[in-house]
Design a protein around this ligand. Structure first.
Ligand code: CDP
Length: 222
């Protein structure tokens, strides 16, 4: 049986992983999967339900009641949490402020990784996240590790949130990215770390076309 191709993109918060992943998926006609959106959807569910994060039983029970699905419309990927469209809400600050704490929980990671691995068995995919090349798909065809200057990353995310009408300061965005990077790189389970065979892509001074061209140079035979 032909093995599906997986392209894994990991890296720090808001360094353009999803922009590159979407462009790659479109170019290659692969499915794009935003693993961060899955952790964000779980976080939204936990916040709404007031799940006690100190209770393993409460967490495991809550995870059984979460169904996350993706679908494409207007060339954008949409996230459904138990059938409800939550694409906008999961990108807002209340979720951003809590997501790294919840993504560090072992039970949450086990549950998400299992679903992600299943998706990679069904189709050719581009998946972005923090542990895709290290834990989810250690045999990925191509692994990228993305980074960019922290100030540039904060400015990009700030502009994105402003465009959506969210009332948030540049400082708050900068602090959130720094805090999440700290939590993501220092957690016990699957911390954010470059896989030894991942290609580093620093896009501080690259535009979207340039980062796509950089990546395509590593995909000559697809
Ligand atoms: O878009 P941005 O870079 O801000 O973040 P995201 O990809 O939406 O991921 C949100 C958060 O989910 C991250 O800060 C991590 O805490 C967590 N995450 C993770 O732990 N593992 C993944 N594979 C993807 C995201």
């Amino acid at each position: 049986m032909k093995k599906n191709i997986v392209i894994a993109i990991d890296g720090y918060s808001s360094c353009g992983k999803s922009t590159l992943a979407k462009a790659l998926a479109q170019k290659l006609n692969y499915i794009y999967i935003d693993s961060g959106a899955m952790y964000r959807a779980v976080t939204l569910f936990f916040l709404r339900q007031g799940i006690d994060l100190s209770s393993h039983a409460a967490i495991s029970n809550a995870l059984q009641h979460i169904d996350i699905d993706f679908h494409s419309r207007d060339y954008q990927s949409h996230v459904l949490l138990n059938g409800e469209e939550v694409s906008e809400e999961i990108r807002q600050m209340p979720v951003s402020q809590k997501v790294s704490e919840i993504a560090a929980i072992k039970e949450v990671r086990q549950c998400m990784v299992k679903q992600q691995q299943k998706m990679g068995k069904q189709k050719n995919i581009v998946m972005d996240g923090r542990d895709i090349g290290t834990t989810v798909f250690p045999d990925a065809y191509l692994k990228l590790f993305m980074t960019a200057d922290p100030k540039t990353r904060a400015e990009r995310r700030y502009k994105e949130l402003q465009a959506k009408g969210e009332n948030v300061s540049l400082e708050a965005v900068f602090d959130n990215l720094a805090h999440r990077d700290f939590q993501d790189t220092t957690r016990e389970v699957s911390p954010l770390v470059r896989a030894t065979d991942a290609v580093i892509l620093d896009n501080t001074n690259l535009n979207q076309d340039e980062q796509l061209a950089f990546t395509m140079a590593y995909l000559p035979v697809i």
